[in-house]
Write a new protein. Structure first.
Length: 203
């Protein structure tokens, strides 16, 4: 959305590098510049590592890791250009990870691996571009009330419901509000990591 309130909806498969690049170029062509990018696509397929369906692992690596990396790679030239320009003199890349990128637990090993990868990639990239005023921020939500858990096999879904069913989960708007805070800080402030859990969530 631009300063005049215009929005552009672009649908693409973020696991397809050429589609990601085309989407970024279309956004720049429409609005003239790119100041903020949020890489939020992801899937959470849980379950034990032993006897796991490895196609689920492939799906998570392609979406949670490669999709995010393709998005960052395509956006970076435009974000660097925006950071060199007025009026903001800064640009933002927000990578949405998870508390699973900090805390590993049984039953989510492959998902943990993808989210730890987001943290490692994001921190390395932050160090590369921070002196050029591109802020790379990692937002790590805990339990959020979205369709994410519903992608799991029925027996896995039962365990997720048992674990989180009694707590008041975050809403998507809570995460959007947190991202809004991150990208609206003054030029000299960078929020590198933001872990946000429901008050009642222990792990």
């Amino acid at each position: 959305m631009d300063s005049g309130g215009r929005a552009l909806v672009i649908e693409s498969d973020v696991t397809a590098e050429d589609e990601v690049r085309a989407s970024v170029e279309r956004a720049v062509a429409e609005f003239g510049r790119l100041d903020t990018v949020v890489a939020n696509a992801g899937v959470m397929l849980l379950g034990p590592i032993v006897d796991a369906p490895t196609d689920e692992w492939q799906r998570m690596v392609h979406l949670n890791v490669l999709g995010l990396m393709y998005t960052a790679h395509a956006a970076l030239p435009h974000l660097l250009a925006a950071a060199d320009d007025k009026p903001r003199g800064v640009a933002d890349l927000v990578l949405v990870s998870s508390v699973a990128g900090r805390v590993a637990r049984m039953g989510s090993g492959a998902y943990n691996a993808t989210k730890h990868a987001v943290g490692a990639f994001g921190e390395a990239l932050r160090q590369e571009v921070t002196e050029r005023h591109v802020r790379v921020s990692i937002v790590e939500p805990g339990a959020v009330d979205t369709e994410l858990a519903g992608h799991n096999r029925p027996q896995v879904l039962q365990g997720i419901r048992a674990r989180f069913g009694q707590i008041e989960r975050l809403a998507a708007v809570d995460i959007a509000d947190a991202i809004g805070y991150v990208v609206t800080r003054p030029r000299h402030i960078a929020i590198n990591e933001l872990l946000i859990r429901p008050t009642e969530q222990q792990g």
